[in-house]
Design a protein around this ligand. Structure first.
Ligand code: SF4
Ligand code: SF4
Length: 371
């Protein structure tokens, strides 16, 4: 397992790390199996962004006995809202859920403490301002409860301010070939390199869309100007090419793909032994020459929905059904506790979505598809 230096922190991290969101709601035995296999393969950084205690407890048990071999992240401001993860900017509440995190993971400290999901200027000012979560993060660090401070977000402008503020050691930001042309992103990554603020790259497969033939095609069409545009559909987009794109960007120290199984993880770890040809992503770049917002990457950052819809999961089933509505998809949709028909069109998710997704329209389309 190769490692890289995590910017100014000076610590070594595995070049490919692990995002744990696809293990949510999996049984303890499965979580144990996948996380232990990851540790055995040399992965040493694990991202845990959500606030739900029932999920954290399962992961905490899985990491028991391995704490000295792994770096753990926590996201300050990630709180539990019903069965979902939500966001709080109240220091008292954020502190409570952070202390709960330490209890669930049976540890005294986290390695990276992120200011969680900061995407608007108003939110940035609140988090970074006097008495905000940045002050709390520094206090926790001064008490030995966090080694390094980071910021996670999806917006170039606020991320750039954080990087240049001198406060954060690490930036967690989406980096994938589909968003290659996003305005200002290249400058942001270069600013990270210049300031020695390590980039921990999330969403290397654009929420999995880059690895599925149907969604791959729609993503390309979307990026190049819409569904009517001719897109090249025979390009081999592989996990290895996606990862090589990410790992070759300025400032990126490590990438945190979400793996649900050992097989998926091993496919990603194939990057280490891949040939230059297998890694070469250059032919893909022209398919992602334009960037538009509005494509759901199934991240669920828009939760909680007031009626309890898991927006990312419903959108994923909607996107897949738009290409080919199979019996398996119908079955998965029928198994949802709440589906697109339950949407009351309140718009809460649209306000919270960092990718500009028209969720209400998508819910209507998905409800019609599965009617
Ligand atoms: S609507 Fe936006 S926030 Fe919600 S899952 Fe999709 S991309 Fe993520
Ligand atoms: S618009 Fe629909 S999916 Fe979005 S938060 Fe409101 S009820 Fe939930």
């Amino acid at each position: 397992m190769k490692t890289r230096v995590l910017g100014r922190t000076g610590v070594s991290v595995s070049t490919i790390s692990f995002g744990t969101e696809y293990l949510i709601n999996k049984p303890q035995e499965h979580v144990d199996q996948v996380l232990h296999a990851a540790i055995e393969r040399g992965i040493n950084l694990f991202d845990v962004f959500y606030g739900q205690g029932y999920v954290r407890e399962i992961y905490g048990k899985a990491f028991k006995g391995y704490r000295d071999r792994v770096m753990l992240t926590a996201h300050l401001g990630a709180v539990e809202r019903g069965r979902d993860s939500g966001i709080s900017r109240e220091p008292q509440e954020a502190r409570h859920f952070f202390e709960e995190y330490l209890r669930h993971f049976m540890t005294d400290y986290v390695d990276i403490l992120y200011l969680h999901n900061v995407d608007t200027q108003e939110d940035y000012d609140k988090v970074m301002g006097p008495g905000g979560l940045a002050d709390l993060a520094q206090e926790l660090r001064s008490h030995g409860k966090a080694r390094f401070i980071g910021l996670s977000g999806h917006t170039v402008s606020t991320a750039r301010q954080a990087v240049e503020s001198g406060l954060v050691d690490v930036l967690m930001f989406p980096v994938n070939i589909a968003s290659n042309a996003i305005e200002g992103k290249r400058d942001l990554l270069e600013a990270c390199a210049v300031n020695n603020v390590a980039v921990i790259a999330m969403k290397p497969f654009a929420g999995g869309k880059l690895l599925q033939p149907e969604t791959q095609k729609s993503l390309m069409g979307f990026q190049t100007g819409g569904a009517d545009t001719e897109v090249q559909t025979d390009l081999p987009i592989t996990a290895v090419k996606c990862l090589d794109y990410v790992l070759s960007r300025a400032g990126v120290a490590t990438v945190v793909p979400g793996f649900a199984t050992v097989a998926e993880m091993d496919e990603g770890l194939g990057w280490y032994d891949a040939s230059d040809d297998e890694r070469d992503f250059s032919a893909l770049l022209s398919s992602f020459a334009v960037y538009q917002t509005g494509e759901c990457v199934y991240c669920n950052h828009c939760l909680p929905c007031p009626v309890g819809i898991t927006v990312g999961n419903v959108n994923r089933l909607g996107d897949l059904a738009a290409h080919n509505l199979t019996d398996a998809l119908r079955e998965a949709y029928a198994a949802l506790d709440l589906n697109a028909s339950d949407c009351i069109q309140c718009g809460t998710c649209e306000d919270a979505c960092p990718f500009g997704v028209a969720v209400i329209d998508k819910m209507e389309q998905t409800a019609a598809l599965y009617a």
